[in-house]
Design a protein around this ligand. Structure first.
Ligand code: SIN
Length: 311
C-alpha cells in the first residue's frame, strides 16, 4: 500500500499526520510525555489540562472501563501549569499543544499572562469544558461567561490559542457558541470533551462506579462517536473558515478517524481507546485510515475533509 500524504495544519504548525492524544490521556507526567514523544503516528502531543496550582484530582475510583466506552471523574489532576509550560519550551521531537484550564476566570488570565510572557510560541488550548471538578460549572455551556473570558484573554494574548468545548445537543446552542467564537481570533476548537455527568450503574452491586460527585462523570469512547461527529459537523458549518477543528470523541477505528475528517476535522484526537489498547493504537488507526483512503482513491486528507454528503 502506498503511503498517503497525511500532513495537516493547525495555526502556525504543520503536523505529520492528523492524530493527537486527547488531553488527559497519558500526558500528565514527564514519563508519560516521553512515551508520547516516542509514539509513532502520533503527530503531536496535547498536555494534560494544567491549572494555576498542582491538583491531586478526585478520589479513586475515578476511571471505569465499559464495553461501549468509559466514564471518568478525574477532576483535573495535574502538576500545575509551570511544569507544562516548561515542558513545551524544551526541544521537541513533535509539536505540542499546551492545554490549560482555570477554576475561575482570574486563574485563566493569570496562567495565560505567564504563557504570553514566556518564550513559548506554539499552540495553547483553553479548556472551557471539564465536567468533573465538584462545584465548578463547564464554562462553555454559559455563552455570556464564555464571551467575557475571551474578551479578557484577547485584551493581551497574541499567541495561537484555541478552546476545548463540551458537546452541544441543540442546534440553537451550536448557533450561539459559534456566534461567540467567531468574534475572536481563536486558532481552533477542540470538540468534544467527555459527555458530562453520565451515570453508570453496577446492577450487581447496586452502586455507582466512580467515587466523586456521587458517581456522575464524563462519558467517552465508542458510545459518544455520533455526538462527537455531530459537534464537528455542526461547528464546521458555523465557524469562520480560519478556525480549525480538532475532532475528539469515540474513535476506535481508522474509519472513525475518516468520519471525523469527513465532517470537517483538521485533526483527530484519541482518548479512551488509548487506555483500552495502549499507544500502539496510533499505528493501527493510521494503517486503517490509509487503507480506506486507498480503497476510495484519496491521496491526502484535503481530498475528503468536510465533504460529507447529505441525502
Ligand atoms: C478531568 O480531569 O476530569 C478530565 C479533563 C476534562 O474533562 O477536561
Amino acid at each position: 500500500m502506498t503511503k498517503k500524504n497525511l500532513t495537516t495544519q493547525l495555526a502556525n504548525v504543520t503536523f505529520d499526520g492528523p492524530l493527537l492524544n486527547a488531553s488527559g490521556i497519558h500526558c500528565q507526567t514527564s514519563a508519560e510525555l516521553a512515551d508520547l514523544a516516542n509514539t509513532s503516528n502520533l503527530a503531536g502531543i496535547v498536555t494534560k489540562s494544567a491549572t494555576l496550582f498542582p491538583r491531586k484530582g478526585n478520589e479513586n475510583p475515578r476511571y471505569h472501563d465499559l464495553p461501549y466506552g468509559s466514564i471518568n471523574s478525574m477532576g483535573l489532576p495535574n502538576l500545575g501549569y509551570p511544569f507544562y509550560l516548561d515542558y513545551v519550551q524544551q526541544e521537541k521531537a513533535k509539536p505540542t499543544i499546551l492545554s490549560v484550564a482555570g477554576l475561575s476566570a482570574d486563574d485563566v488570565i493569570e496562567v495565560l499572562s505567564d504563557i504570553q510572557d514566556s518564550k513559548y510560541q506554539g499552540i495553547t488550548e483553553l479548556n472551557l469544558s471539564c465536567p468533573n471538578v465538584p462545584g465548578k460549572p463547564q464554562t462553555a455551556y454559559d455563552f455570556v461567561a464564555t464571551r467575557k473570558v475571551l474578551e479578557r484573554v484577547f485584551e493581551f494574548f497574541t499567541k495561537p490559542i484555541g478552546v476545548k468545548l463540551p458537546p452541544y445537543f441543540d442546534l440553537v446552542h451550536f448557533d450561539q457558541i459559534a456566534a461567540v467564537l467567531n468574534d475572536f481570533p481563536i486558532t481552533h476548537v477542540n470538540t468534544v470533551n467527555s459527555v458530562g455527568n453520565g451515570l453508570v450503574v453496577d446492577v450487581a452491586k447496586e452502586q455507582v462506579v466512580t467515587k466523586a460527585k456521587g458517581g456522575f462523570g464524563g462519558l467517552g469512547g465508542a458510545m459518544i462517536l455520533p455526538t462527537a461527529l455531530a459537534n464537528v459537523r455542526a461547528l464546521r458549518q458555523r465557524l469562520n473558515d480560519n478556525i480549525a477543528i480538532i475532532g475528539t470523541g469515540g474513535v476506535t477505528t481508522g474509519a472513525d478517524v475518516f468520519a471525523h475528517i469527513l465532517c470537517g476535522a483538521d485533526m483527530v484526537s484519541v482518548g479512551t481507546q488509548v487506555i483500552k489498547e495502549g499507544l500502539g493504537v496510533y499505528d493501527r488507526l493510521t494503517q486503517e485510515l490509509e487503507a480506506l483512503m486507498t480503497e476510495k482513491g484519496y491521496e491526502r486528507l484535503a481530498d475528503f475533509r468536510g465533504q460529507l454528503r447529505e441525502l
